[in-house]
Design a protein around this ligand. Sequence first.
Ligand code: NAP
Length: 263
Amino acid sequence: MNDLFTVSNQVAVVTGAGSGIGRASALALSQSGASVVCGDIDTRNAEITKSLIVDGGGRALSVSVDVSKREQVGALIDMAIEEFGTLDIMCNIAGIMHQSTVLETQDSDLDRVLDVNLKGVFYGCQIAASEMSKRRSGSIINMVSSAIDAPAPGIVCYAMAKAAVAQLTKTLAIEMGKYNVRVNAVAPGFVVTAMTSRHFQLDDGSVDPERREAVVTSMGKMAPLRRVGEPEDIAGAVVYLASNAASFVTGQIIRVNGGVSMQ
Ligand code: NAP
């Protein structure tokens, strides 16, 4: 059974690998045997993730990428193939948050969120699927959100983009099935990362420990499992979807949320 859950000798590209869920996923894929290309717009943080992998005995590269630029996503995937010989696993994890109601939303905010959270994932899916279809093998994993399951007042741009990525995931899964390329998504609940720290940051950007405790406690109470998520909780689902254990799984949205929403 153990072999089912490894990704030994596979090559993974992870976007958003410099922080939070992306970093935890890159580390977990490496610990499960993959060579990992760590892409992020924050080059310094991507390099830190790479160093954590290499220091742990794994193989990794770090690459600066803005996923909203098609040519940069293409270069990221080309780098994986050039350096490690193939592309087996594509994790589209990079994302940004934006808070506004529908009425408050400016065109520039709408464009930026859709560019990164939707078009960035579309490019990752399209370019990876093209490569993987030639090899008749591969796993694409997109990061969506619990925001796809309910109205999301105050974060409309973010939630629209994530709902569209869920649709992209299922559509591409059908189109790629005949090539043995699997396409799935993970929908995290509340996970403590830089993205969610906005709920307990002070104006100067530092964390207010009391507010953090209050937010984590109240968000945790909303889940049947009575806690919020850690990035590693999400990384486990990423490794599963990448591995042979999920070889008959495609077009699925795996909700890793402590039970907050169930579909
Ligand atoms: P995070 O800690 O902020 O990590 C996101 C990473 O993506 C950051 O390093 C960020 O760099 C990078 N990034 C942003 N824009 C990029 C771009 N254009 N190109 C390449 N990299 C870019 O957030 P996280 O919580 O781990 O989120 C990871 C994913 O999980 C996101 O797609 C998010 O929507 C999703 N998610 C998170 C939660 C949660 O509760 N945390 C829940 C549901 C879904 P900068 O820091 O420089 O922006």
